[in-house]
Design a protein around this ligand. Structure first.
Ligand SMILES: [Zn+2]
Length: 434
């Protein structure tokens, strides 16, 4: 019984149900307050064994190859954590490429280091405190699915995707997330079905949650789908429900397609943001598209979240977010890598685009203008300042050397105010519209 509820909890978290995966405060003592000012003062967690040697230091944009860029933010979300795997893990030096306009982590983990972070996915994105006992771990990336787990998933999945409320089934007996995921994916099916002549297309779905988009395309257009999932339980469920070829464990560093042949449509969820080598990722995708084939990208967060809606930049940029952009930069990123954008839009701060393999003769693309660059540099400066001012007091050591200047700048810019007792507080952002 306990095992079952643990499994259900794990799944709910993985599939995105709210309420079951609240972060638990760490039982470990907080790191020592540092006297010095750099990130090097962070204590490593003993025995965390995050491989230290695989940090890439980029001297060119990983998206378009340009050599000129400006640092706009030093840290990722780890700077807000009480415990971190090691001293370097929060230092990313996010930089704005002067050509394509993508903001990329100029320092980034690769190879075994990235794999370690992925294996500690829940801890890395901050759902579970580092060092916490992991039996309640939501993702099972580092745990193979056991026979018992498989049996339970099979039993729950046997009720199918659309489980009617009038049947009165207990929540532990089926998987509500299956239908939720189908409904979430229907948005993308609507876009694809409206814009493409889908006639029994051969489809590859990269980083699928539960195979839903493939299931819809198969139902409506007799699509022949191949699915890549992150984790073993997702793989098992997609196989169990839809009987499609499914792989698990995506390599974000040396990305490879584990199926043969070419595809008419490749669907990719939240990959451009995470890819350690985005050019290579896009080349690997392009190589597998049939002539005239399309790439559909979705789930790629845009920078407006922290530039316009007042969210903390540190909090938004978790350690897997190696690239961030606005719509114009995302379009240039695709153009710089041999794609022609057919349609794109931003909804709920997420970029989605349909792009076609471009003619090699059509390889020209327009660089970001100087005006655009200085506008975004300024916006990033302000967002970085307010993110710094919102760092909890116990974690401010890395910012001690620049604190006064940051505060002064933010007050002058009107994004923060000086209170009567001499503290600086960030103004709330009035969010208008969606
Ligand atoms: Zn670039």
């Amino acid at each position: 019984m306990a095992m079952l509820s643990r499994l259900t909890r794990r799944l709910s978290g993985l599939l995105g149900n709210a309420g079951n995966a609240a972060p638990t405060p760490t039982a470990l003592p907080p790191r020592k307050s540092a006297d010095t000012e750099s990130a090097q003062t962070y204590d490593a967690i003993e025995g965390s064994a995050c491989p230290r040697d695989v940090v890439l230091s980029l001297d060119q944009c990983p998206v378009c190859g340009a050599a000129e860029f400006t640092k706009v933010c030093r840290y990722n979300r780890f700077v807000l954590f009480d415990r971190v795997p090691d001293a370097d893990v929060s230092l990313y030096n996010y930089s704005l490429c002067h050509s394509c306009g993508v903001v990329f982590a100029a320092r980034r983990p690769a190879g075994a280091r990235y794999a370690w972070l992925l294996e500690h996915f829940e801890e890395t994105i901050g759902r579970v405190a580092l060092g916490q006992e992991r039996s309640g771990k939501i993702t099972i990336s580092s745990h193979d699915l056991t026979d018992e787990g498989r049996k339970d998933l099979r039993r729950m999945a046997a009720h199918g995707v659309f489980v009617s409320g009038h049947l009165g089934l207990a929540r532990r007996d089926y998987l509500p997330s299956l239908m939720n995921d189908r409904l979430a994916a229907s948005v993308h099916a609507e876009i694809l079905g409206s814009l493409l002549p889908l006639k029994t297309p051969r489809v590859l779905e990269i980083r699928s949650r539960l195979g839903s988009l493939s299931a819809i395309l198969a139902r409506l257009y007799d699509a022949r789908c191949h699915v890549m999932t992150l984790f073993q339980n997702q793989q098992f469920l997609v196989q169990e429900l839809y009987g499609m070829p499914v792989s698990s464990r995506i390599d974000f560093d040396a990305f490879q397609v584990p199926f043969e042949g070419t595809f008419d449509l490749i669907v990719s969820n939240h990959m451009l943001t995470h890819a350690v080598r985005p050019r290579e990722f896009l080349a690997a995708v392009r190589e597998r598209l049939a002539p005239g084939g399309h790439l559909y990208l979705y789930g790629e967060p845009v920078e407006t979240e922290f530039l316009e809606r007042g969210k903390s930049m540190f909090n938004t940029l978790n350690a897997f977010h190696l690239q961030t952009f606005d719509q114009a930069s995302a379009i240039r990123a695709l153009e710089a890598n041999g794609f022609r954008v057919v349609f794109c839009t931003v909804r709920d701060d997420l970029f989605m685009a349909l792009a076609q393999v471009a003619d090699p003769a059509d390889g020209e693309w327009t660089r970001m203008s100087d005006t655009e660059r200085s506008r975004r540099r300024k916006e990033y400066r302000q967002a970085s300042d307010t993110a710094i001012l919102r760092v909890p007091e116990s974690l401010r050591a890395p910012f001690a050397h620049e604190w006064d200047e940051v505060a002064r700048r933010a007050v002058a810019a009107g994004t923060a105010v000086l209170t009567k007792d001499g503290r600086v507080t960030v103004k709330r952002v009035e969010v208008s519209g969606g």
